[in-house]
Design a protein around this ligand. Sequence first.
Ligand SMILES: [Zn+2]
Length: 246
Amino acid sequence: MSNVLDLQRRLIALGYNPGPADGHDGPRTKAAVRLFQIAEGLTVDGIAGPLTWLRLKDKGAVPVAEAPAPTSIVPTEWMLAAPMKRIIVHWTAGGHIASSLDREHYHILVEGDGTLVRGHPWIPDNVSVAGKPADEYAAHTLNANSGSIGVSLCCMAGATESPFSAGRAPMTRAQWNAMTSVVADLCRRYGIAVTDMTVLSHAEVQTNLGIQQRGKWDFTRLAFDPSVVGAKACGDKMRAEVRAKL
Ligand SMILES: [Zn+2]
């Protein structure tokens, strides 16, 4: 294990957020080191020098080798406290980069390479949307926005369901994998259980929640895995992968 990966795992185990444990000493990792140094009364330079390491090892109740691989990727400041009931996952039917229009309709977007982008509405804006103008919350699912967090994969511009064509921005495995980590983070943060009524795709809303939609098929197909076909099969795959990350 690289030093940086070890560092990130120790910080995560202590409740800091160095971003994904990926072995890359980026700005979030440095910021987490600085916060740790402040909390510990160490010299604050964002660099894990010998004294910082000594203190980190002193604090490590769990041997790092036995710690579960952390999959947390959503910045904690994006997940403001609110009583949320479910997570509905979509695709944007746009390109691989989040547009400003995409950002109006979802809380969290996942770009083609797995990069996360925060939408304009905050998650608590969707606690109850009754009587609110549509630009004051994330309007992502017809008549099912209250209590629902909207996550969307930036992809599938120009796609058609039958015959299936993934269009010019097919869903990538990288963004799917990032999405299941995002959903796992949201489940942990908001205490949402992984069931087919609480973690579901837009294509499952009509069947699973009994709320009529307008022919939505996000998602009934996964461009990177053509063997998975249908809303339930795609939803079950998502839920199984989210559970594995919890
Ligand atoms: Zn949708």
